[in-house]
Write a protein that binds this ligand. Structure first.
Ligand SMILES: Nc1ncnc2c1ncn2[C@@H]1O[C@H](COP(=O)(O)OP(=O)(O)OP(=O)(O)O)[C@@H](O)[C@H]1O
Length: 299
């Protein structure tokens, strides 16, 4: 495991913010650390980065105990916690050159990193003029300069527009698939994590509710197909007669568990063939709140 914590516990005063947390982050994974605001994600990340002192339990990173191997471990971690530390009056390239000098890494890494995060064309611009997404990508480039094995990112897509989110997602997938990194990323958005993570840990009130592979999570968070037609009840009955499981019927929609795109196409065709006008048919992801309910009910 790249990260393994055992019964990690942390209190702020009398509030237990991280409760007996045992994380298992495999090498080469994108580990999505999912939880609502205030769940304890940032505190956990600060513990992993040794920015807060572990009060109870243990942390192993790269199979080494954190406290006694602090320098060795931290030199192999790139991180982005809260705002990236960027000099706004300097260009993207200057920011990277400055850090490269500090870390004594070859200047050639700067161009490589600009290219990797798609900032080559904007490299000469002042970072203060960058969009939020560009700043985040510059932050990731800075974190990657020393070629760390592990990247720890705290809500890197917070506040980004959809394009910005997609760019970060594609970058992280590339880092894992092509550059053999391990990525630990926190988020409060289930849909976002489901699109990129290979493994997921879900935390609420400091407690780990679920940990497993993305396919294990998908079994729990099976999405639904939401269908809108010109006659909800009759159309739902037609599908039931054709052995579809209709889980809910409301005034305007009915819902069927999603299994595949093909199934959606077949359902659409069946409805059309029987004279129903299909106004909309879409895959609905469960949100984190619904997933929590499912997890606590099946636990
Ligand atoms: N320095 C601090 N002193 C006291 N309490 C704190 C401190 N930092 C965080 N907390 C509390 O610890 C709990 C967990 O906060 P944390 O920032 O780890 O959550 P989070 O999951 O990262 O949420 P967010 O996405 O909102 O940052 C919250 O109740 C928060 O109020």
């Amino acid at each position: 495991m790249v990260i393994a914590t055992d019964k990690l516990t942390f209190n702020f005063g009398d509030q237990t913010v991280v409760k007996s947390l045992s994380l298992q982050v495999p090498e080469g994974s994108i580990y999505g650390f999912l939880g609502p605001n205030g769940a304890g994600k940032t505190t956990t990340i600060k513990l992993l980065m040794n920015l807060l002192k572990t009060q109870q339990g243990s942390i192993h990173i790269f199979d080494l105990e954190l406290k006694s191997n602090r320098v060795k471990i931290l030199s192999q971690i790139g991180s982005l916690i809260e705002q990236p530390a960027i000099y706004l009056h300097m260009s993207g390239r200057e920011n990277l050159l400055n850090r490269a000098l500090l870390l004594q890494v070859p200047e050639s890494r700067v161009e490589e990193m600009l290219n990797l995060v798609h900032l080559t064309n904007a490299a000469h611009k002042k970072a203060g003029q960058y969009s939020l997404g560009m700043k985040q990508r510059l932050g990731i480039a800075l974190a990657l300069l020393s070629d760390p094995k592990l990247l720890i990112l705290d809500e890197p897509t917070n506040g980004l527009d959809p394009n910005g989110i997609i760019e970060i997602r594609e970058l992280l997938i590339k880092l894992v698939n092509i550059h053999q990194k391990t990525v630990f990323i926190s988020s409060h958005l289930l849909g976002e994590i489901e699109r990129m993570a290979t493994h997921v840990g879900i935390i609420n009130n400091g407690e780990l509710l679920f940990q497993g592979s993305i396919s294990e999570l998908q079994t729990l968070s099976q999405p639904l197909i939401q269908v809108e037609t010109d006659n909800t009840v009759d159309a739902a009955n037609l599908l039931t007669r054709h052995n579809y499981e209709v889980t809910e019927v409301t005034d305007n929609y009915f819902f069927v568990p999603y299994t595949s795109k093909k199934q959606m196409g077949e359902m659409n065709a069946l409805l059309n063939k029987n004279g129903y006008a299909v106004y909309s048919i879409s895959k609905q992801q469960k949100d984190l709140e619904k997933l929590f309910l499912d997890i606590t009910q099946t636990a």
